[in-house]
Structure formats: C-alpha cells, structure tokens
Design a protein around this ligand. Structure first.
Ligand SMILES: Nc1ncnc2c1ncn2[C@@H]1O[C@H](COP(=O)(O)OP(=O)(O)OP(=O)(O)O)[C@@H](O)[C@H]1O
Length: 233
C-alpha cells in the first residue's frame, strides 16, 4: 500500500532521512521506532506531504505522491494523527467531528461506535479533554477522512499505561478492518503490542527490521537495537 524508495529529506540543506526504503502492505501495521531526533516526525511529514523529499519516491497503492501538497495527499487517502494531537482548545468535540466529516465510509456515528468516550464528551471543549481523550479526538478526525493509510505520530506519548494499552487495541482493531497503519514512536512496547513489522530508525537510517511476532516472543533484540535495557520505555 505504502512504498518509500530511497527517500531523503531534511530541512534547509541538512539531511535527516538518508535514502529510506519502506514497504507497508495493505492492512498491516508498521512501527518505526527510534530515539528522539532519529527522524520519525520527518518521515511522517514526508509521507503526509508536509515536507517535500530531496530525493526518492513515495507511493500509495501505486500512485506517486512524491512532493504532492498535504491536501492532495489527504485526498489520495492519507490520514494523519499528528504528534501532540493538535486539537483546538476552543472547539467542542462535536464541532471537531463536524469539521472533519468528509461524508466518506467513516461517518461520525461509526467513529463514535469505535470511540464511545467521545460521544459522552461531545459538548466539551478541546481544552477540557484529558490527554487520552484528545488522542481519541485526533484519531477520530483522521478517520473521518476515510483514509486508506493512517499515519500515527507518537500516539501514546504522555498517556498513562492503561490508556496506552487502549490505543494499542484501537490500532489493532483498525488494522483488522483493513486499514494500513504507519506509526512512529520511541516506544518498543507500542511496537510489540500492535505491529506486524518493526523498523528501527537510527539517525535517519533504517538500521534493523523485525517482525512483530518476533518482538512479541522476545523483545530483547529490539531493546538491544535501541540500546535499551529490557523493560525500558
Ligand atoms: N522544522 C525543522 N527545521 C529544522 N530542523 C528540524 C525541523 N524539524 C526537525 N528538525 C531536526 O530534524 C531532526 C529529526 O527530527 P524529528 O522531529 O524528525 O525527530 P523524531 O525522531 O520525530 O524526534 P522526536 O521524538 O523528538 O519528535 C532533529 O535533529 C531535529 O532537530
């Protein structure tokens, strides 16, 4: 579904991603794990059209998205849940949903079935929501665009373990419905919980690959690749 070939990207002449190749088959979850500054957000922004790659190609279901602006990338089927959620403090949950509704296969009622807590909070403003609720709202907003590919930038950042587990389950259930997911996170626990494939990103290069089942059976190699002690992040 998503194919990156030799993608290099950066800012103002500085290169952050160095010739990255990535292949995410339809209906699978691919986790890119790396430390702060490894280039995870740069990768997400490059796929979402927020950053034009200096070299290489980005393809979605065969269509060349390289260098397309964000609105056209979104129209091609890429949904983004940005780092930090980016919900509007002064808008209610209901207003967020109304603005994001594109009349596609993901309707507001379908989204609320998946995320019932948002229904209970529909009259509340963004500023009144907990971190977990804001994450759900950011996910709801992306789903209302009825994407084929969902990009999740650090979806469990700042969440309590119980809420993080709920996000893991949500991601797994979306993949079970056929959605393709590319998520980036510093957390090997997130990758182990819901990824089919795991790539370790080190200073903008893909340095290690694991299958999700390998990581679930024994996360030590992933931890070693990240220079983490077992049971870390
Ligand atoms: N807008 C920008 N202008 C210049 N340099 C940037 C910009 N955004 C990121 N960088 C630099 O690019 C490198 C990779 O940043 P990026 O945000 O992609 O990393 P990350 O893996 O997502 O880390 P984090 O977990 O901190 O978000 C860092 O050195 C960062 O300082």
């Amino acid at each position: 579904m998503l194919q990156l070939t030799a993608v290099s990207a950066g800012y103002g002449g500085g290169t952050v991603l160095h010739g990255l190749d990535l292949d995410v088959p339809e209906g699978t979850v691919h986790a890119v794990v790396g430390h702060n500054g490894a280039g995870k957000t740069t990768l997400v922004h490059t796929v979402a059209g927020l950053l034009r790659p200096a070299a290489g190609t980005v393809r979605l279901a065969g269509a060349d998205l390289t260098g397309r602006p964000p609105h056209r990338t979104a129209r091609a089927g890429v949904g983004l849940v940005p780092q930090g959620r980016r919900v509007f403090a002064s808008l209610t949950v209901a207003e967020h949903l109304l603005l994001a509704d594109r009349g596609g296969s993901w309707t507001v009622s379908r989204v609320l079935e998946l995320l019932p807590r948002l229904g209970e909070r529909r009259g509340h403003r963004g500023s009144d929501l907990s971190g977990g609720e804001q994450q759900m709202l950011a996910l709801a907003r992306a789903l209302l665009g009825s994407p084929r590919l969902l990009l999740l930038d650090e979806p469990t950042e700042g969440l309590a373990p119980q809420l993080a587990r709920m996000v893991h389950e949500l991601i797994a259930s979306l993949a079970a419905e056929g959605l393709t997911v590319l998520l980036v996170s510093p957390s090997p626990a997130l990758a182990a919980a819901c990824a089919d494939e795991v790539t370790v990103l080190t200073s903008g290069r893909a340095t290690h690959h694991f299958t999700g089942s390998t990581v679930r059976a024994d996360p030590s190699a992933l931890h070693a690749a990240l220079d983490l002690t077992a049971g870390g992040v």
